[in-house]
Write a protein that binds this ligand. Structure first.
Ligand code: 13P
Ligand code: SF4
Length: 365
């Protein structure tokens, strides 16, 4: 995790009302030159100021469309800000209000480990491998994927992207989220025992013989999201017993065992749209991040909405970004200081990572 951003005393000493007012004043003054993007897992105090909210795919597309913006303030996590930087031109500066807002899952796929895996696999004569990385990964890892004919996916387009990859190769190496990979491939008709294996990045060839790899179509990197790992089948069983009318709706970063016994699964945008379209009086247990579940409950008082995990799970890194971090960035821009916490992917990495991003953008969902 990168070092947390320490806010100056004059920002820390603001009251919440003062911080809200500062942000709104700078927004009025700068208009469309500053764009604030907020991922659905952000706190309400940040979401209220966001010009756009969305899941990873939607926010990447919105960042790409911002031609008038001089500054994009990405209230999300590091990999999202990196993608926004690569999808915008150099005239638009992208910033992450707290540098410690990383993603634990992205950290589970180190670019060096992928390069070693790739070299070992090719050395053993394995061919026709198409790397597919979830957007929750570093730009350095995306660059290796792009350089080797691979592609990026999000939870919204993973099925279409996996289909794209299967049309181009014999095997898929899916990184870093084993659960998203397994859930999507299973939904496409693959058998999780016969057609998939788990690639352990700490072992030679992921812990398999070249022969086994040759016979197996989908290789799943052993990464996962610690936030979604806190949902269990036991929680679902309890709800089915005590509230049989409740529908279970989860994010596909949950394990296959959970997705299998839930009623519906999909991206954060899908979760929101499903709840908005649900009839008044319906009851929903949701398996995803706490800020989003709490907001859904508040915005849908005619429905019963609660977290699948009674102890709830917040994403600690997403939560790093606060009202005052946003106020600080706005203040710096307004005072003509250089953009703080600017995210700039080095051109040597961006060149190849962009290949994989552009391939994703060309896939029609
Ligand atoms: P979405 O693209 O569904 O918003 O997911 C991003 C994420 O990090 C979920 O943990
Ligand atoms: Fe990463 Fe999980 Fe947080 Fe999403 S919820 S940003 S996958 S750690």
């Amino acid at each position: 995790m990168s070092t947390p951003t320490i806010l100056p005393d004059e920002i820390r000493s603001l009251t919440d009302d003062q911080a809200h007012a500062l942000i709104e004043n700078v927004k009025k003054k700068w208009g469309s030159k500053i764009v604030i993007l907020g991922h659905h897992y952000q706190k309400d105090e940040v979401i209220v100021h966001s010009d756009f909210t969305g899941d990873s795919l939607k926010l990447a597309k919105i960042a790409k469309e911002q031609k008038a913006a001089k500054h994009i303030i990405f209230c999300g996590v590091h990999f999202m800000a990196e993608s926004a930087d690569m999808l915008t031109d150099g005239a638009c500066e992208v910033c992450l209000p707290d540098m410690a807002a990383g993603c634990d899952m992205a950290d589970m796929a180190d670019a060096k480990d992928l390069q070693i895996a790739w070299d070992d696999a090719t050395h053993e004569g394995l061919e026709g491998i198409v790397p597919v990385t979830y957007i929750n990964s570093t730009a350095a890892l995306k660059a290796i994927v792009g350089r080797n004919g691979g592609i990026i996916c999000t939870s919204s387009n993973a099925k279409a992207v996996v289909k794209w990859a299967l049309e181009r190769g014999k095997h898929i190496l899916f990184l870093p989220d084993q659960h998203l990979g397994r859930n999507i491939c299973k939904a496409m008709g693959f058998d999780h025992n016969k057609d998939m294996l788990l690639w352990d990045p700490k072992k030679y060839l992921g812990g398999h013989s070249a022969d086994v790899l040759k016979k197996t179509k989908i290789w799943l990197w052993a990464g996962h999201c610690p936030v979604h790992a806190l949902f269990t089948v036991h929680q679902i069983k309890r709800i089915r017993e005590t509230n049989p009318e409740t529908k279970i709706l989860v994010h596909p970063e949950c394990s296959m065992e959970i997705v299998d016994v839930s009623d519906l699964n999909g991206s954060t945008d899908f979760i929101i749209k499903t709840i908005q379209a649900a009839p008044a009086g319906s009851s929903w247990a949701i398996g995803t991040e706490k800020n989003l579940v709490d907001r859904l409950a508040k915005d849908n008082p005619d429905k019963k909405i609660f977290s699948l995990n009674p102890y709830s799970c917040a994403c600690g890194t997403m939560n790093r970004i606060s009202l005052k971090h946003l106020a600080w960035v706005m203040d710096c821009i307004d005072k003509g200081q250089s953009m703080p916490n600017r995210i700039q992917v080095p051109p040597s990495i961006a060149k190849d990572a962009k290949l994989a991003l552009d391939r994703m953008m060309s896939v029609v969902v």
